[in-house]
Design a protein around this ligand. Structure first.
Ligand SMILES: NC(=O)C1=CN([C@@H]2O[C@H](COP(=O)(O)OP(=O)(O)OC[C@H]3O[C@@H](n4cnc5c(N)ncnc54)[C@H](O)[C@@H]3O)[C@@H](O)[C@H]2O)C=CC1
Ligand SMILES: O=C(CO)COP(=O)(O)O
Length: 331
């Protein structure tokens, strides 16, 4: 891979793709975004903004957009930033390239239970792969606020090249060789953030939210270890770091979805009312299915699933969680 082949490509013109493009534009001469929506492409090219997904941000003039996926062939590196359930289709449709793929979606594929790196290894076996995940609200990254993130790739030399590629004055990557761990933290925390939003929306209090974060982290550890993740990765930026961020702020789409559920609204109504993605709603059922197959107990994830499916209300799931058999505090 050449560190100097431009443009840097961003596949996906949502909030996160746009924020990453603005970081890349600070350190590279050319950035090319592929966006699915023609209005996003013309807004980026003509008025240098993406008001559909990241309003209030003026984009640098070295960021261009295209609706032609084939144009990404020219890119020296590709950041894949479509929602998790669309990553397979996007990677399949990408032109042939030897560029490294940096996977930025947080989720588990419905049906297959595969992580994004599993999908990429299957669909694009010829490309070097890395995962980028951490506590990174798009609007803060775009505003140049200090941010640290995990860049996970099995090969340390590749990790060093990719860190140099993406590091910017306010955007600091840390290398990890634990790709699975980096992915699992980011995927599971979205489901737990829905749970914390429920606690907030239903007025259950800050004690309940802190307990949910701590016991939710135990669920991340149990599930992650069963899939081969390392505990220290799960306790790092992409796990505990992102869990704390998204479980404590209404800026999280997952948290705000949960808040609506906690106020008694249905998932169907809440999801039909937004054009942004709340990954936890898609990850929750496949995560529970995968955990059950592995024989892993994830009672908080199960409670979120029941609320999303409308099979229980907040009172039911709270009572069920509090009346579980008393046990030692452990993972
Ligand atoms: N927004 C954030 O702060 C962060 C988001 N992420 C992750 O990045 C991924 C993308 O999220 P956002 O950029 O926030 O999305 P967004 O919610 O801002 O926008 C939705 C995106 O989904 C795309 N989309 C919808 N249907 C599609 C399809 N059929 N095929 C391909 N793309 C389709 C839209 O074009 C748009 O780019 C998610 O996995 C998210 O968890 C990760 C870190 C931070
Ligand atoms: O992953 C994120 C921050 O790290 C964004 O969280 P939401 O998708 O819940 O907004």
């Amino acid at each position: 891979m050449s560190e100097k082949r431009y443009p840097v490509g961003i596949v996906g013109g949502g909030a996160w793709g746009t924020a990453l493009a603005s970081v890349m534009a600070q350190i590279h001469p050319e950035v090319l975004i592929w966006a699915r929506e023609s209005e996003v492409v013309s807004a980026i090219n003509e008025t240098h903004e993406n008001s559909l997904f990241l309003s209030g941000l003026k984009l640098a003039s070295n960021i261009r957009a295209t609706s032609d996926l084939a144009a990404m062939e020219a890119c020296g590196a590709l950041l894949i930033v479509t929602p998790a359930q669309h990553v397979r289709a996007t990677l399949t449709a990408l032109p042939k390239t030897d560029a490294p793929l940096l996977l930025c979606a947080k989720g588990i594929e419905a049906g297959t239970e595969m992580l994004m790196s599993d999908i990429a290894a299957e669909v694009r076996p010829e490309n070097p792969l890395a995962v980028l995940s951490g506590p990174t609200f798009a609007h803060e990254v775009a505003a140049g606020k200090p941010t640290a993130i995990t860049l996970a790739t099995a090969n340390q030399a590749m990790g060093a090249v990719l860190m140099r590629l993406i590091a910017a004055p306010h955007f600091r990557p840390y290398w990890s060789e634990d790709v699975t761990g980096a992915e699992i933290g980011g995927a599971v925390k979205n489901v737990l953030a829905i749970g914390c939003g429920v606690v907030d929306g239903a007025g259950l209090g800050l004690n309940a939210r802190a307990s949910l974060i701590a016991r939710g982290f135990a669920e991340i550890q149990r599930y992650g270890l069963a899939r081969g993740a390392r505990p220290e990765t799960l306790a790092g930026l992409s796990g505990l770091g992102d869990l704390v961020l998204t479980c404590s702020s209404d800026n999280s789409r997952n948290f705000s979805l949960g808040r609506g559920l906690g106020q008694g609204l249905s998932a169907e109504a809440l999801l039909s009312d937004r054009n942004t993605v709340a990954e936890g709603a898609f990850t929750a059922p496949v995560l529970l299915q995968s955990a059950q197959k592995l024989g892993i107990e994830m009672p908080i994830v199960a409670a979120v699933c029941a609320l999303l499916e409308g099979k229980a209300n907040v009172g039911d799931v709270t009572a069920a969680l509090l009346s579980r058999p008393l046990k030692a505090e452990s993972w």
